[in-house]
Design a protein around this ligand. Structure first.
Ligand code: AMP
Length: 541
């Protein structure tokens, strides 16, 4: 027997409708790419998103067509997302930090018909324009006054483009399983893979982000998503903030410590989300100037492991850290580290140990860890294995790879991460499967070593890779960047780490460098680092 409730499709643009009805006056504040702070609200964002939808419709964009965005987090980007989705077209976020060849490859693979771009990225697009033939028009996210001369095909200033329609338009109607968004993974090997989110998956994911014990997004919040919309959907915040009615503060192109600090304070931000590299810049600014945070209550840190020193820094100034884990394939939230009932008595080092873990899976995310024979491993916090996940906002197949089955016999997706899960359900990433150091048949976690090394007061950033060893196959090499004005002594650093990690995990050598390479999503580029140290001879070898 079927239930007898209404068939109300979970369409993502109903989120902006709800925000406009219930929280129409709630502010959306942006540090605009042109410079000044811009203020609008959800009612206006919705009205202008409808104009975007109408303008696309007028240009002949249809259900299922892809519209690329190369854009920072701004109110115009937000309007573009909702407008694109509202006619059943697909917003395709392109990471502008990728190499131009990769951007061209991705746009061609997606067959984007329209590209919406910030002023910042016009030179990149001009350089590849003759290699992306599917693109019929470029919409520059600016107004007439700032519109540069450009040869981009049918280029138009966004404000002119949406002013040319009357706004009398209604969202199109379609099934909730219709594609809504597309984001390619920044894989370090092989071709990028497209993850195609549906309206239904995006709405369910936004709801999960709002749960009290996930990101606890609320109407009472002022939220600064520093994590870009082009990096795994800004961790849901472009959906969950309007869904909850939170004030939204968007940082535009400026993600440095000074600019972020300024927005946190002037816009009375209560919750913010970013990768560790961005928080590092804020921390350095605060440590240098003695600046204090007066409204911030919580930060989500993810994308790569949150260093212990960063966790302690925030917690010690009264800002609660939500260590979060996820991936593009998961929309992206997979787990968040809040304190479960029964553990609230923890304090000091024990609390930090718990918060260092990547947290527990919310409803709609199922997890398992398995060994090489696919057997499930116990949740004892010790045994580690490949982390696999299942849920309604998790990838089933990659875009245009219909023949590739990426789920196991039980329907789980292999994350490529290696993890433990403790009896309380807290998952802890030990490593990327391809980054673990295999020493004498045992595994060493590069993340643990990195976290320990950055706890040293003179270390700004650390990366650990396995290098060849004739006896042990691989041994850890620690690569460090000193803090500004500091010099690092190898012996002193190793002595500092001694006792904090298992003896046989101790790095065999330390290399001091001025910079560690990063990927387009701000992760340490281990592939490049391994390239650099390919011929490295360990003194112990
Ligand atoms: P992306 O799809 O670019 O978001 O990358 C996803 C990958 O980033 C995951 O599979 C993890 O390897 C890594 N990652 C994300 N969050 C964390 C975290 N909190 N700790 C450690 N690794 C993380």
């Amino acid at each position: 027997m079927l239930g007898l409730m209404q068939d109300w499709p979970l369409l993502a643009h109903t989120i902006i409708d709800h925000a406009a009805i219930q929280y129409g006056e709630r502010e959306v504040v942006t540090r605009s790419v042109e410079g000044p702070i811009h203020r609008t609200n959800y009612a206006e964002v919705r009205e202008r998103a409808l104009r975007v939808a109408q303008a696309l419709d007028k240009d002949g964009v249809k259900l299922g067509d892809r519209v690329a965005t190369l854009a920072w987090n701004t109110w115009r980007h937000l309007e573009a997302w909702y407008g694109i989705m509202g006619i059943g077209a697909v917003y395709h976020t392109v990471n502008p930090r990728l190499f131009p060849e990769q951007i061209a490859w991705i746009i061609n693979h997606a067959e984007d018909r329209v590209v919406m771009t910030d002023l910042t990225f016009i030179p990149i697009l001009e350089a590849i324009a003759d290699r992306i033939p599917s693109v019929e028009r470029y919409v520059v996210l600016t107004d007439k006054a700032h519109m540069p001369a450009t040869k981009l095909k049918n280029a138009v200033a966004y404000e002119d483009w949406i002013a040319a329609v009357d706004g009398k338009f209604a969202w199109k109607k379609f099934d909730e399983n219709t594609a809504a968004g597309l984001c390619y993974t920044s894989g370090t090997t092989g071709d990028p893979k497209g993850v195609l989110y549906s309206h239904r998956s995006s709405v369910l994911h936004a709801l999960l982000a709002c749960m009290m014990d996930t990101l606890s997004v609320s109407a009472k919040d002022s939220i600064l998503p520093i994590v870009p919309m082009f990096h795994a959907n800004a961790w849901s915040l472009a959906f969950s903030s309007p869904l909850a009615g939170a004030k939204l503060v968007l940082p535009g192109a400026k993600l440095d410590g000074v600019s972020v600090y300024e927005l946190l304070e002037t816009e009375k931000v209560t919750f913010s989300a970013a990768v560790p590299t961005v928080w590092l810049m804020l921390m350095q600014h605060m440590q240098k100037t003695g600046a204090k945070l007066t409204t911030l209550q919580r930060v989500a840190i993810g994308g790569s492991a949150c260093p212990r020193a960063m966790l302690e820094f925030f917690e010690n100034i009264g800002v609660s850290v939500y260590h979060a884990w996820g991936m593009t394939e998961m929309s992206p939230i997979g787990s968040v580290g809040q304190v479960k009932p029964g553990l609230e008595g923890l304090s000091g080092a024990a609390l930090f140990d718990l918060k260092s873990k990547q947290g527990t899976a919310p409803y709609t995310v199922e997890m398992k860890i398995v060994d090489d024979s696919e057997a499930r491993l116990p949740w004892d916090g010790v045994k580690f294995g490949r982390l696999k996940v299942k849920g309604p906002a998790i990838v089933r197949r990659y875009f245009k790879r219909e023949n590739e089955d990426i789920l196991d016999a039980e329907g789980f997706f292999d994350t490529g991460d290696v993890a433990t899960i403790d009896p309380n359900g807290y998952m802890q990433i030990t490593d990327r499967a391809k980054d673990v150091i295999k020493s004498g048949g045992e595994w060493i976690s590069s993340i643990d070593l990195e976290n320990t090394a950055v706890g040293h007061p003179k270390v700004a950033e650390a990366a650990v890779i396995g290098v060849y060893h004739p006896k042990w196959d691989e041994r850890p090499l620690l690569v460090v960047v000193p803090k500004e004005g500091e010099t690092i002594d190898e012996k002193e650093l190793l002595a500092y780490m001694d006792g904090k990690i298992a003896k046989w995990w101790m790095p065999d050598a330390v290399q001091v460098v001025t910079e560690i390479p990063h990927t387009a999503t701000g992760k340490i580029n281990k592939l490049k680092l391994r390239e650099t140290f390919k011929e490295y001879k360990l003194p112990s070898a």
